[in-house]
Write a protein that binds this ligand. Sequence first.
Ligand SMILES: *[C@@H]1O[C@H](CO)[C@@H](O)[C@H](O)[C@H]1NC(C)=O
Ligand SMILES: *[C@@H]1O[C@H](CO)[C@@H](O)[C@H](O)[C@H]1NC(C)=O
Ligand SMILES: *[C@@H]1O[C@H](CO)[C@@H](O)[C@H](O)[C@H]1NC(C)=O
Ligand SMILES: *[C@@H]1O[C@H](CO)[C@@H](O)[C@H](O)[C@H]1NC(C)=O
Length: 375
Amino acid sequence: MYTLLLPLFLLLLLSTNTAAATTIGITYTPPSPTSRLPPPSLVAVALRRLSIPSVRLPGSDPATIRAFSYSNISLFLSIPNLFLPSIASNRSNALSWLSRHLVPFYPRAKITALSVGNDPLNAKTDLADCIIPAIRNVYIALHELGIRDIEVSTTFSFVSVMRGVFPPSGAEFVEPANGLIVKPLLQFLQETNSSFFVNIHPYHLFRMNKEIPVGFALFQENKFGFRDDSVTGVKYRNLFDMMVDAVVTAMTVAGHERIPVVVAETGWPSGGGGEIEANEVYAEMYLRGLLRHLRSGVGTPLRKEGVKEVYVYELFDKQNCRVLTGVDSQQWGVLYPNLTKKYDVEFGSAGKGQFGGVGVVRLAFVLVLVAAVVL
Ligand SMILES: *[C@@H]1O[C@H](CO)[C@@H](O)[C@H](O)[C@H]1NC(C)=O
Ligand SMILES: *[C@@H]1O[C@H](CO)[C@@H](O)[C@H](O)[C@H]1NC(C)=O
Ligand SMILES: *[C@@H]1O[C@H](CO)[C@@H](O)[C@H](O)[C@H]1NC(C)=O
Ligand SMILES: *[C@@H]1O[C@H](CO)[C@@H](O)[C@H](O)[C@H]1NC(C)=O
């Protein structure tokens, strides 16, 4: 009996360990006090129920961070762009940001990443000179506090940091940001074992390049839907992989091909903004295709292990501020305000076992165990 169980047990262990696919989290912008959205405490409970393992908080509001204490959901925090000049100029400003937003909650809230700025190349004021000094000051301040397990970086937006992305093998980081910011950042990431954070929105690239078929952006694989990279001979099945490989290529050109990539935002709008491709059918196709692709574990043509983490953008639709701006804001949310799912998708690891290899092996193991006990 045991001779039968042992190999099965090993197989179970093995299959669990090799299923290390991309972690799939979600971006959550906490509500303004006047909105109709549920409070962060209820959101944290709902995200646990949906088995969502990690959350990105672009705002890093202290009450929201506190709501995730003891939740075992890992948190990706961001320091807003407007703090970068002061943090870059004096490390005590980094310490004071951390002592308000991080120290009171760490480690009960599982904070794992800290982005110093978000799309800083596109900020209202020129931040070029303060990005790297601000990152270094935050990193040193964390170490002064004795905290060594939080990755520190900044988050770029694909469209503001990349150029020449068709084909991806020709991609580069834009100058002058490349020499001034990206190269020193990559060096820092390598020294500190951290990841490159980048927002990757196939929706935006598709909107800017009318020759891209919508199915290619939406993970709809068909035999005419491939795009070849004529330089490398690699076939691309979807725009997401092409964008990731453009980043991987540019990092390689800069001499850092092994740094992990974290996709800080990706999604598809279901409405608003008056664009016809922003609709619920496409939004659901994108989300299903993305999750299926990430769970398949095949990675991208240039990076077999794929990206390390992906944060779906975003949890709720922005509350409409048409009264103020005259236009509907675009809706990227994947949950309704009543915390039910807009689309029929499984976010967390819960969906993985259903048809995946791990679930089948586990089931076989349980059946054999039952049979062994009964006989
Ligand atoms: C906490 O999360 C980690 C990674 O997501 C997981 O491996 C671990 O089992 C979780 N722990 C508990 C107590 O749920
Ligand atoms: C940094 O800020 C601290 C506290 O405000 C102040 O005491 C110190 O002089 C500042 N250092 C520099 C170099 O400005
Ligand atoms: C980075 O990782 C390597 C290998 O895992 C380790 O030897 C090194 O000490 C790490 N460096 C830092 C700064 O954590
Ligand atoms: C949640 O809200 C959506 C959209 O308003 C609605 O369609 C759905 O029926 C609601 N679900 C529950 C359980 O209230």
